[in-house]
Design a protein around this ligand. Sequence first.
Ligand code: SAM
Length: 226
Amino acid sequence: MSVREEFDEWAEAGKDKGMEERHWHTAKHALARMPVEEGDTILDLGTGSGYALRALRETANTGPSYGLDGSPEMVRNARDYTDEDDIEYVCGDFDDLPFEDDSIDHVWTMEAFYYAANPHNTLEEIARILRPGGTFYCAVNYYEENVHSHEWQEKISVEMTRWDREQYREAFREAGLHVAEQDNIPDLEITIPGEAEFPTEDWDTREEMVERYREYGTLLTVGVAP
Ligand SMILES: C[S@@+](CC[C@H](N)C(=O)[O-])C[C@H]1O[C@@H](n2cnc3c(N)ncnc32)[C@H](O)[C@@H]1O
């Protein structure tokens, strides 16, 4: 299945809002770290419901911003959730970003980068469109150290790239970005039932669930364009 087919199905089933709710637990902490200034232009790669751009607009009064997604149904939903003229949701692919060189102040992506067919090329594209000093905030829950995420690939037809922390840093540098920060952001909001409730449908032990959310959480890697 293509990105379009897979995620159109998700959007039609209303999963975009479910993702927004779950990802917000850690995404909001990462977004709060972005050095966004009033009027800045933001690009959200794999925007899903488009919540990140709406939040940045509300909190930082960002300028013209773009949410790119390979699923036309995701884009359609995201457009329906806002009436902001300065936020545009567009269909496109991570491999060929439809933006001029040095035209974007900050690029954000949450739980989407690892779907890129060629992640090294995507990083080069990001480095190309960022203005000097612009940042790339890349947040993922699917990565090598998070052993609890490894089985996700079996449940999805789109090929996923599973890098470890070091591979992220190396790939950013290869693409010409400086690595400014790398951090794990724990999910402190998800409810973890008491010991007596385990095993649950998704978890064998409470210890594993605590490790997945409270310890590993979301891996954030921040790149800066020279
Ligand atoms: C797991 S969802 C995450 C959505 C949103 N960022 C969030 O935090 O809820 C991944 C999104 O990336 C999009 N996507 C995946 N691969 C893509 C690609 N190669 N080009 C453009 N969009 C892609 C999907 O259509 C989907 O909407």
